[in-house]
Design a protein around this ligand. Sequence first.
Ligand SMILES: Nc1ncnc2c1ncn2[C@@H]1O[C@H](COP(=O)(O)OP(=O)(O)OP(=O)(O)O)[C@@H](O)[C@H]1O
Ligand SMILES: [Mg+2]
Length: 325
Amino acid sequence: MANAEIRTVVRTVKLTKAFGTNVAVDSLDLEIRTGEILGFLGPNGAGKTTAISMILGLLQPTSGHVELFGKKVDWVQSDARQRIGTLLDGVELYPYLSAKENLEVFRKAFGGIPECRVSEVLEIVGLIPRLNDKVSGFSQGMKQRLGLALGLLPDPDILILDEPANGLDPEGIKDLRDLLKGLARQGKGIFLSSHLLSEVELICDRVVILRKGKVVARGTVEELITDTAKIELAVNHPTEAEEIILAKPEVLSVTRTGNKLSVQYDPSATDITGISGSSNDLDTCRKLAQELNRDLASHGLFVYELTPLRGNLEEVFFDVLEEVK
Ligand SMILES: Nc1ncnc2c1ncn2[C@@H]1O[C@H](COP(=O)(O)OP(=O)(O)OP(=O)(O)O)[C@@H](O)[C@H]1O
Ligand SMILES: [Mg+2]
């Protein structure tokens, strides 16, 4: 973000929702800030939509509360919610009106939004070439864009999106990615739930992973994925190689399949590689790979395949869900 400072716009404090005995969201604390994209992950039924609905004032919390712009808000009534944009499933677009006319209807319904804002949001979402076309002829991706344009009408500080990539093709997903990144660069805060882990890894600055209503992991993408980096290698004498590798202090475990070894290591134990694990996990991984190669060669072993593998969010996701089972 160029000039503006990062501010926390939304804070949830011990936010909880129970449906009968089913605690869908359990004491959730999170912060949504301007200028960054926060990913909200979790398997089906984890409580993402329930949490988002409470933040948006669509569902009453059982306990805990939501703060907007530093103030605790009544669950249903708050003018501050006007400053939060959303793209919810099933937003009601008028099929026989054009993109522009749809926006006009919503602009008037919101009240207090200048007319020029309609072309501004059409420009932001890239719908200017289709502004006079009827929505009934729009593809899913175009409807999503128009939905986002609606959410952007009041020029909100924060956008909250529940599965925004739903129903989009790869090109639509890429467009959405560029759009969201651009909005974050302009200083908007974006909170999005998604099942597309590789996509989340590409666009999010931080992520929160939810399971059965509880946070099971949170952090920057870099912090979280560093722990799943590994080195794969193939060597002529795997048993001997395994022993040599396991003797290294930063190595946590080695898995052997035939002549192939997969090496898990502790990225923070970088006394030998000499660089911090969180600065760039792939650099650390490559350094260690070189070192393993040198060590094995000095013992007369021959490494014929060597692959440093960057960590990824999918592994983090399955690891944390597995751990808390
Ligand atoms: N209106 C409701 N009445 C009763 N139970 C509900 C209601 N809405 C959600 N639940 C329950 O709350 C839990 C969390 O559901 P929620 O829809 O928030 O999950 P989610 O993380 O959004 O899942 P998905 O990834 O499938 O969208 C589930 O056990 C669900 O059955
Ligand atoms: Mg959901």
